[in-house]
Structures are given as C-alpha cells and as structure tokens.
Ligand binder design. Structure first.
Ligand SMILES: Cc1cc2nc3c(=O)[nH]c(=O)nc-3n(C[C@H](O)[C@H](O)[C@H](O)COP(=O)(O)OP(=O)(O)OC[C@H]3O[C@@H](n4cnc5c(N)ncnc54)[C@H](O)[C@@H]3O)c2cc1C
Ligand SMILES: NC(=O)C1=CC=CN([C@@H]2O[C@H](COP(=O)(O)OP(=O)(O)OC[C@H]3O[C@@H](n4cnc5c(N)ncnc54)[C@H](OP(=O)(O)O)[C@@H]3O)[C@@H](O)[C@H]2O)C1
Length: 330
C-alpha cells in the first residue's frame, strides 16, 4: 500500500537521509527540511581558502553487517574512501605511534559528499527551521520559524539531535520526554592551515590528559586539497563545557597552544584558522532504542542518540525509523 501524502522528514543529517532513501526506495514520497543551507549536519564540511575542512565527524567505522554492506556500495560509487592515517596516541605527555587494524572511512572528496549523494534529487527545503509539528484531524502539519506552514503529511520523522527533537515531539509527550532525557555534550572544533608542512608523521592522534581529545591532518584524507597543511583539532567535552561561551579567537589560541605542546615539532603561525562550536556533538551516553515511535499517530524520532552516538548508529537509526513506518503501513 502506498501513501498519497508525502512523509515529512526534519533533518538532512545521515539519519534523516537514511530514512528518506529507504522510504523513497519503497515508493513513498518524502519531503525533507533542514535549518541549514545544506545537508550533512554533524557530517558537514566547511569550505575555506584551504579547501573543504571536516569540522565534525572525522571518519567512521562500520561494524554492523547492514552498514558494512551499504558502505561498500558507497565506495563503489566513489562517495567514500578508506582513510589510513598514521595514528598516534598522546598519553602522560608522550606521543607514541598507535597503529591498528581498524578500517576507517571518510567521505570523498569531503565528508559532506556522502549526504549530498544520498540526497540526490529528493525534495528538500533548506534554511527552513521547523518550530512546530502538529496533527490535525487526520494529517500532520509543520510550522517554520518564518511563520510558513507545510503539509499535510501522512507521517513525520524527526531526525535532529535529541534536545532539538524534544520540542518537535511535544504532541506526543511520551516521545518528547524520552528525547528530553538524552543530554548531548558539546565539542569545540578548530581548523588550522599552515603554508608549509609541519615536520611530523602524525596524521591522526587520540589525546588524553589535555584540553584536546583528537587531532587530524585533514589533508591526509583521500581527495582533499593538499596545497596547505590542514589540521582539525577537537576539544574534550569537559573542556568545551568549561569554555562554552569563550570567544572563537580565544578558543583557537588555547587549542593551538595545546596542539603546539603535544605535536613535537615547530608550529608556525597558521595562515588560516577557524573555530566552530558543536552544541550537540554527542549523546552523553549510548542507548539501544533504535527509534522512538508512535506508529498509530505516525510520528517517529531517529538519530545517533537512539543508538551508538556515531555515524553508523545514526544511519542504522534512520533505517529503523523507515522499517517501523513501512511495517505499520502493511
Ligand atoms: C566534533 C564531532 C566529531 C565527531 N566525530 C565522529 C567520528 O569521528 N566518527 C563517528 O562515527 N561519529 C562522529 N561524530 C558523530 C557523528 O557526526 C554523528 O553521530 C552523526 O553525524 C549524527 O547524524 P544525525 O543525522 O543523527 O544528526 P545530525 O548530523 O546532527 O543531523 C541533524 C540535522 O537536523 C537539522 N535540524 C536540527 N533542528 C532542526 C529544525 N528545528 N528544523 C530543521 N532542521 C533541523 C540540523 O541542521 C542537521 O542537519 C562526531 C560529531 C561531532 C560533532
Ligand atoms: N568529538 C565529538 O564530539 C565526537 C562525537 C562522536 C564520536 N566521536 C569520536 O568518533 C570516533 C568514533 O568511534 P569509532 O567508530 O568506534 O572509532 P574507533 O577509531 O574505533 O575509536 C574508538 C575509540 O577507541 C580508541 N582508539 C581507537 N583506535 C585507537 C588507536 N589506534 N590508538 C589509541 N586509541 C584508539 C579511542 O578512544 P580513546 O578513549 O582512547 O580516545 C577512540 O575514541 C571516536 O574516536 C569518538 O571519540 C567524537
């Protein structure tokens, strides 16, 4: 059975697009909405004079068979490539090589390439922040921040971070309450570009006992612009919480200082630097919900916070939302 009305999907991160693709493939019309100017959410990339910089998700792993299979298809289409960084660990003031066998994937030529390709020609309203989701006598309607109404829709899938999902789920208090119970931690990200290559072999580093949590040599990822030596630094959730409202220039200065202390080579002044604050970077703890649903009313919520807090979890959660919706239609 096919629905005549479209299914509204709020959020064009990987969870929303995973659901959209599955529903579209099953013959159901979808209409996507995102408050940003483009797709990707936390898998987006920032265009800069140093090329595209992956400020959010750095790479992803695939452990679930279903995700492994889809990543192989993405690889065959050229949307993703394997990243094999020279990995290090920084612990107790020591920088040591920390190679492993883990396969790590990145979007090619930038992280945002994956959701751009998944979106394809699906209908989408960008720069459209949904503020209200409500049910009329039979169907769903959306209201946006500019006062426009959208609808009617047969179903709604909310695919935003939990704190942003909760108000959109207010017509089903049980779902709104579950989403509100998921705190998400912030992450400050800083990108740097140096005119000459830093004299280090480090291409990725897991960091302990520092304001930093992770650093990556952006240009070591496949398909990236290599003219400048580009790096992305992520602060720990703890440091970020303590410095949530610090001006971007000061955040850059602090994290650049921490980077210079641990990287073990001379660090000149960067030719370019930028900072980005991810307010809802990761769920404070993992859940095993898969999806939140009221199938009788036709409303669903999905995203990384319903599972592992990683790219793989977000994709799986979107699949689960689509599966539950299709199951209820039969
Ligand atoms: C700094 C950082 C580093 C990370 N590193 C990794 C990593 O290395 N590996 C890994 O696996 N994962 C990593 N992650 C996590 C990974 O990025 C996420 O798990 C995944 O991208 C979440 O996808 P999602 O679709 O659930 O949500 P999102 O990507 O957040 O998508 C939600 C979308 O909803 C939109 N939206 C929100 N509210 C509204 C509204 N009211 N109206 C309309 N649109 C709205 C947003 O604009 C966004 O596009 C990282 C995340 C961050 C922030
Ligand atoms: N900063 C943020 O806001 C983040 C939000 C969400 C996820 N973030 C990071 O994404 C990475 C994804 O995890 P996973 O897909 O499981 O990747 P792995 O590479 O397997 O890393 C998991 C975890 O294990 C440690 N680790 C892995 N490989 C090594 C290695 N070769 N040497 C040392 N340590 C390794 C590391 O944990 P630490 O506690 O030791 O830092 C990895 O984090 C993951 O990195 C999330 O943090 C960020």
């Amino acid at each position: 059975m096919t629905t005549l009305l479209p299914i509204a999907i709020i959020g064009t991160g990987i969870a929303g697009l995973s659901a959209a693709q599955a529903l579209h493939a099953a013959g159901h019309p979808v209409q996507l909405f995102d408050k940003s100017r483009g797709s990707g959410g936390r898998m987006s990339s920032k265009r800069s004079d140093a090329g595209a910089l992956d400020l959010g998700a750095q790479y992803f792993t695939a452990r679930d068979r279903r995700f492994v299979d889809v990543v192989q298809q993405w690889q065959a289409r050229g949307w993703v490539a394997e990243w094999t960084p020279s990995l290090y660990n920084f612990n107790n003031g020591q920088l040591t090589a920390s190679p492993d066998e883990q396969v790590r994937w990145v979007g090619s030529p930038r992280m945002s390439a994956i959701t751009r390709a998944m979106l394809g020609a699906l209908p989408v309203n960008f720069s459209c922040r949904i503020t209200e989701v409500f049910r009329g006598e039979q169907h769903w309607h959306l209201q946006d921040a500019d006062g426009n109404s959208h609808g009617p829709f047969s179903h709604v899938i909310v695919a935003t971070p939990a704190p942003q999902a909760s108000p959109l789920l207010s017509s089903v208090p049980k779902l709104a309450g579950a989403a509100a119970s998921v705190p998400m931690d912030p992450t400050w990200a800083v990108a740097l570009a140096f005119p000459t290559a830093l004299e280090t072999r480090v291409e990725g580093c897991f960091v302990q006992d520092s304001p930093l949590d992770w650093l990556a040599r952006n240009r070591s990822k496949p398909g990236r612009d290599t003219q400048l030596d580009t790096w992305v630094l992520h602060a720990t959730s703890q440091w970020t919480k303590q410095h949530l409202d610090m001006p971007k220039e000061a955040v850059t200065e602090h994290l650049l200082g921490a980077f210079a202390e641990l990287i073990g080579c001379a660090v000149p002044a960067p030719a370019l630097s930028l900072a980005h604050r991810w307010l809802y970077a990761r769920p404070a703890s993992a859940h095993q919900w898969g999806v939140l649903a009221d199938s009788d009313l036709g409303i669903y919520a999905c995203g990384d916070w319903c599972l592992s807090g990683r790219v793989e979890g977000a994709w799986l959660s979107g699949q689960e939302a689509a599966r539950r919706l299709l199951e209820h239609l039969q």
